[in-house]
Design a protein around this ligand. Structure first.
Ligand code: CIR
Length: 261
């Protein structure tokens, strides 16, 4: 297993059970509404996998007023220095930051608020050496500037990149595999965003598996994509395949369903 770094060493996570209203969640293409009880089962298996990987999970109750609130990654960013309540870019999700406030206050000494613009946490990739924000339909230049100011207070800089056209979030197309390596779709790798990293590309037709997560010694992976899984297995990574078919109907993936710190 290639070398782990601090950016994917986690002891805690926050997750939220899917609401019954998930059937009204946002999706770019309608492949049918998620089945709530199957979503609950798959979410419970995801939380159990986090715990098996050494993470203590704070599990929040469903928020019926927000159909997409199971995707807790989007309203906040958690860093060693503190947490930041973001401003999700979809109108129906704008209020979700408020629903995360008390859980973050309980977990962090320092909680800052993004003051202007919009940012979804799904557009932020934290590596060993930097924080990267992919601008997207959800994450604006104004939000990027505001996030950059908070990170500057913490002695960090923000690198701003582009999310490929038609892709929901930057991290829909990439994930950290280890301290030096990123899993990325060919379209995002081609942008040059990761020229300072070793890149493993997803197999043709398996772009959706790029939204993986490294949790301590394991890589959590959507179980529908055998060729990429085989390549990662051969590269020495310990894989945890998970069925996330119901989250995927709402364009959600593995990173979206937890905040890790
Ligand atoms: C949305 O469109 O906002 C949700 N249906 C999916 C959010 C997925 N979140 C993520 O990739 N971080």
């Amino acid at each position: 297993m290639p070398r782990a770094g601090q950016s994917h060493r986690f002891t805690r996570a926050i997750s939220r059970k899917p609401a019954r209203s998930c059937v009204d969640g946002i999706r770019a293409v309608d492949r049918g509404a998620p089945d709530h009880s199957l979503f609950q089962e798959q979410h419970a298996a995801y939380v159990a996998a986090l715990e098996t990987a050494g993470v203590s999970v704070t599990l929040l109750e469903p928020e019926e007023a927000f159909p997409d609130s199971v995707f807790v990654e989007d309203p906040a960013l958690c860093l060693p220095e503190g947490a930041i309540l973001l401003r999700p870019g979809a109108a129906s999700r704008a209020g979700e930051a408020t629903t995360m406030a008390s859980a973050l206050d309980n977990a962090f000494e320092t909680v800052r608020h993004l003051e202007v613009g919009t940012i979804d946490g799904g557009d932020i990739l934290t590596t060993e050496t930097e924080v990267i924000l992919g601008l997207s339909e959800r994450s604006s230049h104004e939000g990027a500037d505001a996030l950059g100011r908070i990170l500057a207070d913490w002695g960090q800089s923000l690198r701003v990149a582009d999310t490929p056209d038609g892709v929901l979030h930057f991290k829909s197309d990439c994930a950290i595999l280890d301290a030096e390596t990123i899993l990325a779709t060919p379209r995002l790798a081609a942008s040059g965003a990761f020229s300072d990293y070793r890149v493993i590309e997803t197999a043709a037709g398996e772009e959706a598996t790029a939204n993986a997560i490294r949790i301590n010694d394991h890589i959590f992976l959507d179980d529908r994509f055998p060729q990429t899984a085989d390549a990662l297995d051969k590269a020495g990574y310990a894989l945890v395949p998970l069925n996330i078919s119901e989250a995927a109907k709402l364009d959600g993936g593995l990173s979206c369903m937890s905040l890790r710190f």
